[in-house]
Design a binder for this molecule. Structure first.
Ligand SMILES: Cc1cc2nc3c(=O)[nH]c(=O)nc-3n(C[C@H](O)[C@H](O)[C@H](O)COP(=O)(O)OP(=O)(O)OC[C@H]3O[C@@H](n4cnc5c(N)ncnc54)[C@H](O)[C@@H]3O)c2cc1C
Length: 355
């Protein structure tokens, strides 16, 4: 059969449905019946090489409960092998009622095509109205594949979610971050990737129980991955920090070690605005904001940061914002719980000394 996308008789890049290689099927959902939420439970390995649930999944599950008040069903999908059992109680405690564990030894290693196919099949079985992924490197790769298989829309990189009956209102920065757009999807299921650090982590309810369903992998594209190499850097993850000492262009470079010491004394870590990443003073992993990370610390100390819309997009969930700026009209004052007019360099040094 010739390729329908390019009308060439010899092309092998697309299959008979006009889908990219590896996407063999389109699935159809009954939109009248669809209800509830399905969340991809992403896992990572801890220091001892054991799997654990990625922290942002707690935020997503907490937000679902908050929006929906526990009315709808919540499904989780997790991939791997027998060693996932110890994770079940925690997953249930954040609100998953039914956990689909896709079984196949080979799926312990991330495999985008096979993960997407299995999720699409589980979606056809469960018929959720909403599917959520973290906007992590894997979630960003997996969600569009699932959306393509289900012929559904996808809103990527959301920084806010609201529910209106079965309609999900998804907020994300648009037009280079100059406006925050709220998007409603006209197709079901409604799929979104959500930035880690967007919502506060809820308290777990350890009395919650759930059910696990073992789902036999039926992907036709599963390959044996012989070897993987981790490229993870040793840099700290700012999205889970309780206290952030965040530095902007108003801070001098030689203050960085003092700010680091201050952050350590406060039990936190240092983050920054994009300008300092552009200066080469910090790696991108420390950047807060629209093109950096969303953070939700108990205390966000902003030194010499003006408060651009792109920066503020990353601190919407911070519990308490204390800003120091020499300009009384700085935009960050509009969102700060406490605003101190003064020299950030002097205040960092004095605070560090006094502690
Ligand atoms: C598509 C796009 C995505 C972006 N993503 C991000 C992002 O993720 N994160 C991000 O941060 N930015 C992002 N930006 C850049 C953003 O628009 C701003 O340029 C940036 O946030 C400004 O950083 P800043 O506040 O450190 O610097 P400035 O805006 O230059 O502000 C410096 C502040 O320091 C104050 N100051 C100066 N001297 C002192 C002193 N001695 N003591 C106290 N205060 C002092 C000044 O009054 C000023 O308010 C993005 C831009 C675009 C277009």
């Amino acid at each position: 059969m010739g390729c329908e996308s390019c009308s060439s008789g010899s092309c092998s890049t697309a299959n008979k449905d006009g889908l990219p290689p590896g996407m063999l099927q389109k699935y159809r959902l009954n939109i009248d019946r669809s209800d509830g939420f399905l969340v991809w439970i992403e896992t990572e390995t801890d220091e001892e090489g054991r799997p654990r649930m990625c922290g942002y999944c707690r935020e997503l599950l907490g937000r679902i409960r908050e929006m929906d008040g526990g009315r709808s069903r919540v499904w989780g999908v997790i991939f791997g092998h027998l060693e996932l059992k110890p994770l079940y109680p925690e997953i249930y405690s954040y609100g998953v009622e039914t956990l689909y564990e896709v079984h196949d030894r080979r799926l312990s290693v991330y495999h985008p095509e096979a993960y997407a196919e299995n999720i699409a099949q589980i979606v056809i079985r469960t018929e959720p109205a909403v599917i959520l992924f973290g906007a992590t490197p894997r979630g960003r790769e997996l969600a569009p594949r699932v959306a393509a298989l289900l012929d559904a829309g996808l809103t990527a990189d959301c920084t806010g979610l609201e529910l209106n009956d079965r309609d999900l209102l998804m907020t994300r920065p648009a037009f280079g971050g100059n406006v925050m757009a709220t998007i409603r999807c006209t197709t079901f299921p409604q799929i979104a990737t959500v930035r880690p650090g967007t919502f506060p982590v809820p308290e777990p309810d350890t009395s919650r129980r759930g059910t696990v369903i073992y789902w036999q992998n039926s992907s036709e594209t599963l390959k044996e991955i012989l070897k993987t190499e981790s490229r993870r850097t040793a840099d700290e993850d700012i999205s889970g920090a309780r206290v952030l000492v965040s530095l902007g262009a108003g801070v001098k470079k030689d203050l960085i070690p003092i700010a680091e010491s201050l952050a350590a004394k406060l039990g936190g870590t240092v983050s920054c605005s994009r300008k300092l990443v552009e200066n080469g003073w910090f790696p991108q992993s420390r950047q807060v904001g629209q093109s950096g990370k969303n953070v939700s610390p108990e205390i966000y100390l902003a030194f010499g940061i003006s408060g651009s819309i792109q920066h503020l997009a990353g601190i919407a969930s911070a519990k308490r914002i204390i800003a120091v700026n020499s300009d009384s009209n700085a935009k960050i004052a509009e969102v700060a719980d406490e605003f101190i007019i003064g020299d950030a360099n002097r205040i960092i040094a004095e605070l560090e000394k006094s502690l």
